[in-house]
Design a protein around this ligand. Structure first.
Ligand code: NAD
Length: 467
């Protein structure tokens, strides 16, 4: 079926570009299409605003708390707009806004104070944590608000100013969020820029930026790292994943099937740490495939603004094409669609929730990140084989192990090569935990105190210990 909308990014009209509703494939609004050369003034202003913003940690904490309150109060405006441009069900938009406010509250603490260095030498030396300067935050379209706040909340708390660039697929809710948050901030402390490439590339390589914090795909992450090499700015990269879920012999399939299904299909599978491959013991294989397929066939798919929808559309046409290509490739390789396997014949970017069985292990839907509502289920014969196949990838974001004997499950989880491993669930993150993909899934550590220190630099003062 030909795609109704095949543009990589929305079309420009003058200095604005169209924003599309993925539930219809039609434009419903537009956003400023800023040119890369506009960034010089934006970064200069962010630098000027930094001078006073960095000076008063207590005022920053107060401002972030007020910003969190303002975000919550604006939920009824933000949520429908987020759903309209992103596609997710309205309830998920409200949940994303709640997490955005929670992130601001979590980081609303004064930055760490001086810390003495004690090494027995007759020197009184101490570390004084200092902010870095203007931070560039570049985020994707799957959780535009939550991922933006995961960057700007710690950066602002640490005393930096932020220039935030959302995806051209989701500029509007981000612009509204920034205007809401900015009611609690001095001018130019948080600025949003929107536009098509090379706006992001220019921001990542801008000489006035001291930290580039990026979330997105691995190829773009490499480009960002290359760009930031020009100014040698600090780089934090949160990149793609291909998380495996290993089911153990003692798993109770019906007991975990709902949780496993939603760990793969929430936000239409467009989650960096969604379950993207399931490994099931050969004895339970048919039962697992059936349990997941039954849920995929019956889940309510529709526009996110329809209160009955549990799954919305894929966010954009190129992403839909990628999901379609991965699925068609697997079917051509001999896989069987136990549920779905095709686009839905309706306007917008809808794809039928798909469970793939009998998939060759080297099929792209297994080896690459499908990032959509498609889940391959693979059988294994020995646990060593399952762990080896789960780890046999360049990705290293998350993974999970599912079973009844929790000690045994934890011993298997301990063997996973990734940043976070879960037992009997997947992708649940605490605000207080470090978040760090390994291998090609990331560089640097976000989340918790590590996220704050990622936006600070140590400044050490040595003073002789003499009268
Ligand atoms: P993407 O890499 O295409 O785009 C991400 C952002 O980078 C967008 O704002 C985009 O406009 C911008 N961009 C594009 N080209 C650029 C360039 N040359 N220089 C600088 N910026 C540029 O990713 P996407 O398709 O928007 O998002 C999906 C990807 O994001 C998936 O791979 C997913 O796994 C990943 N992701 C990772 C995490 C994580 O925390 N690890 C979280 C969410 C999404």
């Amino acid at each position: 079926m030909p795609l109704r909308q095949t543009r990589r990014t929305p079309a420009t009209r003058g200095e604005r570009f169209a924003v599309l509703d993925p539930a219809t494939g039609e434009a419903f609004d537009e956003a400023p299409d800023q040119r890369p050369d506009e960034l010089d003034a934006v970064v200069d202003q962010a630098h000027a605003a930094w001078r006073s913003w960095r000076a008063d940690p207590a005022a920053r904490a107060t401002a972030l708390l007020a910003a969190a309150d303002a975000v919550e109060a604006a939920g009824a405006d933000l949520a429908p707009l987020l759903t309209r441009e992103q596609g997710k069900p309205l309830a998920e938009s409200y949940a994303e806004i709640a997490r955005t406010a929670a992130r601001l509250r979590y980081f609303a603490e004064p930055a760490p104070g001086p810390r003495p260095i004690t090494d027995g030498r007759p020197v009184r030396s101490e570390i004084r944590w200092r902010p870095l300067g203007p931070v560039a935050a570049i985020v994707p379209w799957n959780f535009p608000l939550q991922l933006a706040s995961a960057k700007f909340a710690p950066a602002l708390a640490a005393g930096n100013t932020v220039v935030l660039k959302p995806s051209p697929c989701t500029p509007l809710a981000t612009r509204l969020l920034a205007s809401v948050v900015s009611t609690a901030l001095p001018q130019d402390v948080l600025t949003v820029v929107t536009g098509r490439e090379p706006l992001g590339a220019r921001l990542a390589s801008h000489p006035g930026i001291r930290h580039v914090t990026f979330t997105g795909s691995i190829p773009t992450g490499r480009a960002v790292a290359r760009g930031a090499a020009a100014s040698l700015a600090r780089v934090t990269l949160e990149l793609g994943g291909n998380d495996a879920a290993i089911l153990l012999e003692d798993v109770e399939v019906e007991r975990i099937a709902d949780r496993l299904f939603w760990a793969a299909f929430r936000n239409c599978g467009q989650v960096c740490m969604a379950v993207k491959r399931v490994y099931a013991p050969a004895r339970l294989y048919s039962q697992v495939v059936e349990a997941l397929a039954q849920r995929a066939k019956t889940v309510a798919v529709g526009p996110g603004l329809d209160p009955d929808s549990r799954l919305g559309p894929v966010n954009n046409a190129p992403q839909l094409a990628r999901v379609e290509r991965c699925t068609a490739g697997a079917l051509a390789d001999g896989a069987r669609a136990a549920a779905g396997g095709h686009r839905l014949d309706r306007p917008g970017y809808f794809f039928a929730p798909t469970i793939l069985a009998d998939v060759p292990p080297d099929s792209p839907v297994v080896t690459e990140e499908q990032f959509g509502p498609v889940l391959p289920v693979l059988p294994y014969r020995s646990l060593d084989e399952a762990v080896e196949r789960a780890n046999d990838t360049g990705f290293g974001l998350g993974g999970s192990v599912w079973g009844t004997d929790l000690d045994r499950a934890e011993a298997v989880a301990d063997r996973l090569e990734c940043g976070t491993a879960w037992i009997n669930h997947h992708a649940e993150l605490s605000l207080a935990q470090p978040f760090a993909g390994i291998k090609e899934s990331g560089v640097g550590v976000a989340g918790g105190p590590w996220g704050l220190y990622g936006n600070l630099r140590p400044f050490v003062v040595h003073r002789p210990d003499e009268a």
